[in-house]
Design a protein around this ligand. Structure first.
Ligand code: ME8
Length: 539
């Protein structure tokens, strides 16, 4: 990977049967953070998200609401836009599976698979969970119920089209062996390899009992199974199979950036595709999706990253329990950076996680209010008092212990960029944030030791005062750039207070002396107010 290698980042297309919750916001915040980080590194990034609108689940929800599936989807998808706007999610392409260009791509894929001999008609007898939109065998069930939703599956029997999934067992195992990081983290890859080694069964991929889906081109009484339809979005969103450009014209108003690429958009972005998903849909995004691609003569994406699930205060998050965390409510109450930070620090990137309100408050106060906010505020206030807000020229401390502390800060600042790149390459968002917060902690300790407020009272210590304030200016500048991906609102507010533009590539910005002497900073404003344990601010 070089700074110029493109990266194509996707979230799942969420179902429009209900409003989105913390779980959906988590995958999307992860994707947005990766996208912002790599953009700040100067890498070409394409970030796609969207909505999954076909299938029985949506049909059922629309009937319950007394409306048509399309009207229902139109209504719910507006809520998606509102949520992503409220959280300032900077996606490039928003795709709806009811978009015409997408439906044509699904039909083209199906036709290719038929022509390649991968499709056959058969009798389908299955146990189908509508909530998962997936069928199960008796041995998958727990007490006769879906292992995820704990509801009894439907017994389905119909004649429909099957895909020869079984013939892809070995090609998938070979692909994974040749590309060890194509499924991350490692335990997730092992899980998929384990299941593949048990062998695969052919799967039914059309339905005739309802019509809310993409019709088969040669037999429109069949609609494509919703998963088969939805997964194709990752390539239809790039213009596959025959459009050289992204379909942004077709989705004007929903998509943010029209990326100009030389040549074919699919050829440009697909080799560097990274799908972010929850562990519940890893099977679909590897075994099912990759077989579709291989069968159609295309390559699997470069990587699938699967995160775990949130619980809430030790319980499953569910409507029945009434403990569903609504991201817009958290953002409205505490700020979207606070929500984002908690997701990045405490979220299920590596394994399952538990949303605990007490931990939310503790971390917010320690890292953001007492840590980052306090550092910024005191350093800018002191700079205003002692240097009229102007960055002083660099100088060393006379006192050896303080000079040692300053040299250590310089090392930490200059080592931050490679640390962030390594953490983000590994999808370790927690480690990336920790690297920034360690700089905050070390600098706060430096302020306590150097005590510029005391130095300012002693004219003989003028050089040490200058050394400390120059160092603080460098750290503040580096922090606002380092936080661009993780706390975008705070990064902007710090940049305003420092009176610097939030631009340029991180490799240039995360360096000691990237902020020149003589620069005039702006007015210090509090960044974060401490929270009381109940969640009230003490402002
Ligand atoms: O599966 N914790 O959509 P979906 C963490 N339409 N993440 C969670 C979560 C939780 N408790 N609950 C949900 C679908 N998620 C299909 C996808 S893609 C071609 C089709 C997140 O609306 C997680 O990312 O059910 C999970 O994979 C996704 O929401 C499922 O969203």
């Amino acid at each position: 990977m070089t700074a110029q290698t493109p990266i194509y980042i996707t979230t799942p297309l969420y179902y429009v049967n209900d409003e989105l919750h913390l779980g959906h916001a988590t995958t999307t915040v992860y994707a947005d953070t990766l996208a912002r980080f790599w953009r700040a590194c100067g890498r070409p990034v394409l970030f796609l998200t969207g909505s999954d609108e076909h299938g029985q689940k949506i049909h059922k929800a629309a009937s319950a609401a007394g409306t048509t599936p399309k009207d229902f989807a139109d209504r719910i998808v507006q809520k998606f836009f509102e949520l992503w706007d409220a959280l300032d999610i900077q996606y490039d392409v928003f795709i709806r599976t009811t978009d015409d260009f997408h439906k044509r791509a699904v039909q083209a894929l199906f036709t290719r698979l038929r022509d390649g001999g991968h499709i056959r008609k058969d009798r389908y007898n299955a146990l189908y969970c509508v909530e998962c939109e997936t069928n199960y065998t008796e041995k998958d069930l727990l007490d006769g119920k879906c292992p995820i939703h704990k509801t009894a599956p439907q017994q389905v029997s119909e004649e429909n089209y099957f895909f020869t999934l079984s013939s892809f067992t070995q090609p998938l195992l070979d692909h994974i062996a040749a590309n060890p990081d194509c499924i991350v983290p490692e335990p997730r890859r092992n899980e998929i390899v384990g299941k593949l080694k048990e062998g695969l069964n052919d799967i039914s991929v059309t339905r005739t009992t309802f019509d809310w889906g993409v019709p088969l081109p040669w037999e429109p009484s069949h609609v494509v199974w919703v998963w088969w339809d939805a997964l194709v979005n990752y390539i239809s969103g790039l213009g596959w199979p025959d459009s050289p450009a992204l379909p942004t014209d077709a989705i004007q108003g929903r998509s943010r950036h029209a990326h100009e690429v030389a040549g074919n958009a699919f050829a440009h972005w697909w080799p560097s595709a990274v799908h972010l998903v929850g562990k519940d849909i890893l099977w679909h995004h590897t075994v099912v999706w990759w077989s579709q691609l291989l069968g159609a003569g295309e390559k699997p994406p470069r990587q699938v990253f699967a995160h775990g699930w949130w619980q809430v205060e030790g319980d499953k998050m569910s409507k029945t329990l009434g403990n569903v965390i609504k991201p817009q409510e958290v953002a409205a109450k505490y700020g979207r950076d606070a929500l984002r930070y908690h997701i990045l620090r405490e979220g299920p990137a590596k394994g399952d996680a538990d949303w605990r309100q007490a931990a939310f408050v503790t971390r917010f106060n320690a890292d953001l209010a007492n840590g980052l906010g306090n550092l910024l505020n005191r350093s800018l206030n002191m700079l205003g008092k002692y240097f009229d807000g102007k960055v002083p020229p660099e100088t060393a401390f006379d006192q050896p212990a303080l000079e040692k502390a300053r040299l250590s800060l310089i090392d930490r600042v200059n080592g931050l960029y490679p640390r962030l790149v390594a953490a983000i390459t590994n999808f370790d968002l927690d480690a990336a944030c920790e690297a920034v917060i360690e700089l905050v902690r070390e600098t706060n300790a430096f302020v306590n030791n150097a005590a510029p407020f005391k130095l300012a009272k002693d004219p003989a210590r003028a050089k040490d005062l200058q050394a400390s304030m120059h160092a603080l200016c460098q750290v503040d500048f580096v922090l606002c750039h380092a936080l661009r991906a993780f706390l975008p609102d705070a990064a902007n507010r710090i940049a305003t207070q420092l009176a610097v533009p939030l631009d340029g590539v991180l490799a240039d910005r995360l360096r000691w002396n990237a902020l020149g002497a003589g620069h005039q900073t702006g007015k210090a404003e509090p960044l974060f107010m401490r929270l009381e344990a109940e969640g009230n601010t003490d402002a």
